[in-house]
Design a protein around this ligand. Structure first.
Ligand code: ZN
Length: 342
């Protein structure tokens, strides 16, 4: 089969369509014929090389996958060849204390398809039989692929960790990103008032179309000051963070008394300044979040299939143009997801 693979770590110029061996379904596994695979920053990190991962080369990434079941291994039930499916990218051991609690993304051997195993930037991908979810006929492969990872992540952040309730204020930073943009529609579904920031007026307009109530252009305005004004100096009940070092200090100041800050990333750097006095005096919670568990995956996919949450697709391009697409993702020009079709 063909895969958009790299033989050494580095920039997008390392990517090439290579002939690689077809995967074979072992017991409990299925092979999916990939139709669409969306890009994430994770694809870029793995391509550039994550020393701790010891990624075997050649390797190909891709964790947001939709396609057709092409082969079914022994012991897999409820799935047949030809089924249209979306793929849950969680890789778990199934037997640690966290797996026993159903907390997949806390698994001590947790991994992500396309990071810890070859992914969907290829014609075929091997996945666990219980990680494929039937795709209703009205949902396109492109929309499904674009939806999975960011929505799993945003759902756990806003609903499970953030505990948002109707009428609350939610601040979402850097709204152009995949998780941030979809967190807008999830927070609106929960009945919150949503404040977003971006340095691009075009991205703020897109966020308003998704339901955002207040947009702040941080290139022109002191966003933390505007948040204070818009909340009558109270602050917001929940901050959704993945910017990191650049916004951390002000993010903590923006949380209302008793409120929460949930973070899933540190795009601008991992070390932030925390005024501990604000944390204890205002009794705020700082909560980490990564991906989602199986229940959260199913909850958010059901809302997608019902049309209550939408896919946010920036562009769809063929797999052979994947290097240019990854370059574009790295530049941060997109709003929502870039999807490759196979
Ligand atoms: Zn486990």
């Amino acid at each position: 089969m063909k895969a958009l693979a790299f033989k050494e770590f580095g920039g997008p110029e390392k990517l090439a369509l290579l002939d690689v061996p077809d995967p074979v379904a072992g017991p409990g596994e299925v092979i999916v014929r990939v139709r669409a695979c969306a890009l994430n920053h994770l694809d870029l990190f793995v391509r550039e090389g994550i020393p701790a991962l010891k990624t075997p080369l050649p390797f190909w990434t891709g964790c947001d996958i939709a396609g057709d079941v092409a082969e079914v291994g022994s012991g897999v039930t409820g799935v047949k060849v030809g089924d249209r499916v979306a793929v849950n990218p969680n890789l778990t051991c199934g037997r640690c204390e966290f797996c026993m609690q159903g907390e997949d993304s806390l698994c001590v051997r947790y991994g992500i398809l396309g990071e810890h195993a070859p992914g969907g930037l290829a014609e075929l991908v091997k996945v666990r039989g219980d990680n494929v979810l039937p795709l209703p006929a009205h949902v396109s492969y492109e929309d499904a692929a674009s939806f999975i990872l960011t929505n799993m992540t945003a759902w756990r952040m806003v609903v499970t960790q953030g505990q948002v309730r109707a009428g609350q204020d939610v601040l979402i930073l850097g709204v152009g990103g995949g998780v941030s943009s979809t967190a807008v529609q999830i927070a609106k579904l929960c009945g919150a008032r949503v404040i977003v920031t971006s340095s691009s007026d075009a991205k703020l307009d897109r966020a308003r179309q998704l339901g955002a109530d207040i947009g702040i252009n941080y290139a022109r305005e002191d966003w933390a000051k505007v948040v204070f004004e818009k909340t009558a100096r109270r602050g917001v009940d929940l901050v959704i963070e993945n910017v990191g070092a650049q916004t951390w200090k002000q993010s903590i100041r923006s949380v209302a008394k008793g409120g929460r800050l949930v973070t899933c990333g540190a795009t601008t750097g991992p070390i932030g300044e925390t005024d501990i006095r604000i944390v204890f005096w205002n009794q705020i919670s700082i909560i980490g979040s990564t991906m989602a568990n199986r229940k959260e995956f199913h909850d958010v996919m059901r809302l997608f299939f019902e049309g209550r949450l939408r896919a946010i697709v920036d562009e769809v391009v063929p797999l052979k143009d994947g290097a240019a697409a990854q370059r574009r993702l790295a530049e941060g020009q997109q709003f929502g997801k870039i999807v490759l079709t196979v």
